[in-house]
Design a protein around this ligand. Structure first.
Ligand code: NAG
Ligand code: ZN
Length: 360
């Protein structure tokens, strides 16, 4: 009789290893047991102690604490974004979008300017999701790590803002918007605003101490809000001038813009629902978690809409924008990323100086 020895699934081999490592993690503590910098209003328990080894924080991915769901939501979203993109490229005939192994003139390797913005969009989404997951997972290590990792998080957000702006401008705009004043200055303005909102967020994080004044949130939310309004203007114009059912991408754009983002902006700025019963939503259900979930759905809906628009616009793209213009717009992406990383590094140095001064 044939006997088959199927190898045990991966998680079954990992499980004993994990259960050996996890007990070495100290239990979570209450808010009064961590320095004020780490405390979150209305969240009373589930804090990981500060000052453990990096290994403990990495392993805390499998522990139950106040950030477990914040980390996993963005990790899973990143995996979904990548999987969906790979599926799309395979369904579109294989190969890696953005590159051609065979140039138009025959042999060789060439950039495909018409799909590069889509690749950059997906890349920027993965960057912001993983920076945010890393920040939430590791920031409890020390005050210095807390600042550095949140600055990194803001770099991810800025990069994603420009990734969105670029893809929406290239694939999702209509001719009337492109010829308008806004359409003409859109990409440089989006890049500048993305950088500015990174600077403002880092500054507000570094400058204000608990109890946080209102203008800290304003300092973070206003530049991002303005950048968001600008970045969605290509689709906002389309949503305002076309019937939402006229095209398969429009309902998805509408869903993304109106429902998800307004809601996530709300949960980002208000500690709801935890303010109504402090301590009840420490592990599951606090506002920042809802914000993460909504943002993840937002990104997936937007990616889906962009795939539709991409297929629709691609044939005429090179003619309308010109290859050089497209490549220039894509080249601004690494430039923006570089500026934001430099900003974060500068702010990190200032945070270190500030922490040294406080210790004296
Ligand atoms: C969770 O606890 C960490 C400390 O481990 C703290 O820095 C963070 O602000 C808390 N997050 C929430 C959402 O309560
Ligand atoms: Zn977050």
């Amino acid at each position: 009789m044939p006997v088959s020895f199927a190898p045990p699934p991966l998680f079954l081999t990992l499980l004993p290893l994990l259960s050996r490592l996890l007990p070495s993690l100290p239990p979570t503590v209450r808010d009064v047991d961590v320095p004020p910098l780490f405390r979150e209003r209305f969240i009373l328990s589930g804090y990981r102690p500060v000052g453990l080894t990096w290994r403990c924080y990495v392993l805390s991915l499998f522990q139950i604490h106040n950030e477990t769901l914040n980390v996993w939501s963005h990790l899973l979203a990143a995996a979904c974004v990548v999987t969906r993109f790979l599926l799309f490229t395979v369904l579109q005939g294989g190969g890696i979008l953005g590159f051609r192994l065979q140039g138009p003139e025959g042999q060789g390797f060439s950039l495909d300017a018409s799909s590069l913005p889509l690749v950059l969009y997906v890349f920027s989404a993965v960057i912001y999701l993983s920076c945010s997951a890393a920040a939430h997972l590791l920031q409890s290590h020390s005050e210095e790590a807390h600042y550095s990792l949140f600055f990194l998080d803001y770099v991810g957000v800025a990069v994603y803002q420009y990734g969105c702006a670029l893809a929406l401008c290239v694939y999702s705009s209509d001719a009337a918007w492109r010829q308008s004043m806004l359409g003409q200055i859109f990409l440089p303005a989006a890049a500048l605003l993305a950088w500015f909102s990174c600077i403002a967020c880092c500054y507000a994080k570094l400058r204000f101490r608990r109890p946080y004044p209102l203008h800290r949130k304003l300092c973070q939310v206003l530049p991002m809000g303005v950048a968001y309004l600008l970045d969605i203007s290509p689709v906002a114009h389309r949503l305002a001038t076309h019937s939402w059912t006229s095209n398969s991408a429009l309902p998805l754009h509408g869903l993304q813009v109106v429902v998800l983002f307004l809601l996530s902006a709300f949960f980002f700025s208000c500690p709801i629902p935890e303010r109504f019963s402090p301590g009840c939503y420490d592990i599951v259900g606090h506002g920042h978690q809802l914000f993460h979930l909504l943002l993840s759905f937002c990104t997936l809906a937007q990616q889906e809409a962009l795939f539709h628009d991409f297929l629709w616009r691609r044939p005429a793209l090179l003619r309308e924008f010109g290859e050089e213009h497209l490549l220039l717009a894509c080249a601004s992406f690494p430039c923006l990323a570089f500026c934001c990383v430099m900003t974060a590094l500068t702010m990190r140095r200032r945070a270190k100086e500030q922490l040294m001064k406080e210790q004296r």
